[in-house]
Design a protein around this ligand. Structure first.
Ligand code: AMP
Length: 625
């Protein structure tokens, strides 16, 4: 697409100079290949840049002798000659620790450092260390450079796609890689969402659809069930196998051919047969019959393949993908009939039996395969990039948060600020106060999950607000704001309104949740709902009682001179009786204790108490942390 593009110009207010506004692109940062696309201003449609294949960059980074990274086709060739210094599949390592990938360590031909459990992995090549973020940044940089050469424009903003199951840590790592490559990352978008956008799904705000995205690439398989409603994409379920893809189909062909070779040649022939197998696969999938004389170790062997044999030697792999699809539907609690459309993504969906199986399962509906399955994710990312750059004001693309976010209040209770399924970006603000007189510091612990008690949810981080002016408990007004941006990254701000002091943190959980974790947390909250409510009520009663006992003792200390002996004595007795209910009593007994103490102290409290203490004693209208 070498064309004259309309150039937008903006004025830099500080320098007063005119600046060309850079292009905004969509990037599919893939496990095997990566691709960039943008909107053609003449047609308004997304396009992949360059002549066929010109911009399909193999996601491979070769580190040269002098420690210099080389990306793309040249690097891919080095996979065979220099496997120990050529990094492939870096996407599988993004945002992961050694513990996460340990089970698959033999898969990698380069050295991954076996470091502390929780640390993100690093790769060592000839004494130099590289992080997956840096290596991904190299790939992104290469895409950016090629796009700039073709368009003659600066490319500085992008939407980058990630698999739906990527957790916070993996998303954050992808975003960091974009930043490192000099891109402003407008949003991290789920690959199935991008694929849907490429087919125009979700662009009409009135549309409501449930769709299945079947994505079989070179090394990975994902299937996602999405619900699109009012332009909001909700991932209902995802399943898949991060180590199943076209390469495995190639391997089965090699295994089949080995039957025709003497056994002593098997190990030596495997590597060279892999490339031939991929070629044979593509030919038979294109309707041809493959035949070739293979020369190896002085011998000549006739290798052939037709579609029937190919499908029979790989049928177990195909079955595996269909089983994943069935369990994704089961997880989403949907039947085949409830699916409105299917989208095919990834080069391996060109194998004819993929479509046949999908049509067989979902006969009644549309199976979308009209777009190039290698390009569909990048094309959709370009659509989203265009929307986010503000070029289309007819559409608003929103996402939802999968789990509730909140903070811990007194007694270890979860106080939700952003409920699950809230559209993001969003901002919620709530006021809290102190629980102890003269409290100058408050720590705000942030949790994610659906349970009533924070101990059963997942802690995301903690923010400490210090420098609160010393005041009686209940007087400071602390406003806590949760800001959840479009990537699902949470920023928390706490402000004491009287003094204006504030603290801000961005919560970037090192290790996020897998879809299975999210599901488990939701299921737990449902199965424990009844018991949780009872526990919450018990904790609330106990907290109220503790507050009351504390306030009463402070009150007696300050105002003893103004009360009669009898009043002091009875108050103490009632307060001690309430204290006794805190161990082993049920909620109702505690509440009775509170009532009695309340009742007795009310008459003289009203008479004597200063306003602040009164407001604290007469029930908690703002939560205490
Ligand atoms: P991707 O990761 O989406 O680029 O997928 C690449 C995978 O698609 C590789 O395993 C290729 O062998 C496979 N592939 C590409 N073209 C075809 C084709 N015509 N028929 C079957 N598989 C193909």
């Amino acid at each position: 697409m070498r064309r004259s593009v309309l150039t937008k110009v903006s004025i830099n207010i500080k320098s007063g100079t005119l600046e060309e506004e850079g292009l905004v692109v969509g990037i599919d940062l893939g496990t095997t290949n990566s691709l960039v696309a943008l909107i053609n201003p003449d047609t308004g449609k997304p396009e992949v840049l360059g002549k066929a294949g010109e911009l399909l960059v193999p996601s491979v980074v070769h580190i040269t002798h002098d420690g210099f990274p080389v990306v793309g086709n040249i690097a891919r060739q080095a996979l065979i000659t220099h496997p120990e210094s050529t990094i492939f599949s870096v996407k599988r390592l993004l945002g992961r620790s050694y513990k996460d990938i340990e089970a698959h360590a033999p898969f990698y031909t380069y050295r991954i450092l076996d470091e502390a459990d929780e640390k993100l992995v690093r790769i060592e090549v000839s004494g130099k260390y590289f992080t997956p973020i840096e290596l991904s940044a190299e790939i992104l940089n290469e895409l950016k450079r090629r796009a700039e050469t073709i368009t003659g424009r600066t490319v500085n903003r992008a939407v980058i796609t990630v698999p739906a199951y990527f957790n916070d840590s993996q998303r954050q790592a992808t975003r960091d890689a974009g930043k490192m490559a000099g891109l402003e990352v407008l949003r991290i978008v789920n690959e199935p969402t991008a694929a849907s956008l490429a087919y125009g799904l979700g662009l009409k705000s009135t549309e409501a659809k449930t769709i299945v995205v079947y994505d079989l690439g070179g090394g990975t398989f994902d299937v996602s069930v999405l619900r699109i409603e009012d332009s909001v994409f909700e991932v209902l379920s995802t399943q898949g196998d991060t180590y199943l893809g076209g390469d495995d189909f190639d391997r089965e062909i090699v295994k089949y051919w080995l039957h025709f070779l003497p056994e002593q040649l098997h190990s030596g022939a495997f590597k060279s047969l892999r490339l031939l197998a991929e070629q044979a696969k593509k030919e038979v999938c294109g309707g041809k019959v493959f035949e070739e004389i293979y020369n190896h170790a002085g011998g000549q062997y006739r290798l052939s393949l037709d579609l029937t044999i190919f499908e029979s030697v790989t049928s177990h792999l195909m079955d595996k993908t269909i089983q994943s699809l069935q369990s994704a539907l089961k997880d989403a609690k949907l039947t085949h009939e409830e699916i409105d459309e299917v989208i095919m993504v990834g080069g391996s969906t060109r194998m004819p039996f993929v479509k046949q199986r999908l049509v067989g399962l979902f006969g009644h509906i549309q199976v979308n395969d009209s777009l190039n399955p290698d390009e569909v994710v990048a094309l959709g990312a370009a659509v989203e990039a265009d929307v986010l750059a503000g070029n289309r004001n007819d559409i608003l693309l929103l996402d939802v948060t999968p789990l509730s976010l909140g903070i811990e209040t007194l007694g270890g209770l979860m106080d939700v600020l952003i409920p699950r399924n809230t559209k993001i970006p969003c901002k919620y603000v709530k006021s809290y106060t102190t629980s102890v007189d003269g409290q100058v510091k408050m720590s705000i612990a942030v949790y994610q999950g659906e349970r009533e008690l924070t101990a059963e949810n997942r802690k995301l981080g903690e923010l400490v607000l210090s420098g609160i002016p010393a005041m009686p408990a209940g007087l400071p007004k602390i406003e806590v704001a949760f800001l959840l941006n479009a990537d699902g990254i949470l920023t928390i701000e706490a402000k004491e309104l009287k003094s204006g002091i504030n603290q801000q943190v961005e919560i970037k959980p090192q290790f996020g949740l897998s879809d299975a974790d999210v599901e488990r947390m939701l299921m737990d909250s449902i199965s424990h709902a009844k018991e949780d409510v009872a526990r919450r009520m018990h904790v609330e009663a106990r907290t109220e009682a503790e507050q009351m006992i504390y306030m009463v003792s402070r009150f007696l200390e300050k105002n003893a001179a103004l009360l009669s002996e009898d009043e002091i004595d009875t108050t103490r007795k009632l307060s001690n009786a309430l204290k006794a209910t805190l161990t082993n009593s049920d909620k109702d007994t505690i509440l009775q204790g509170i009532d009695s103490l309340n009742e007795y102290t009310r008459s003289f409290a009203e008479r004597l108490m200063n306003k602040a203490v009164l407001s604290s004693l007469s029930g908690t209208h703002i939560d205490r942390i």
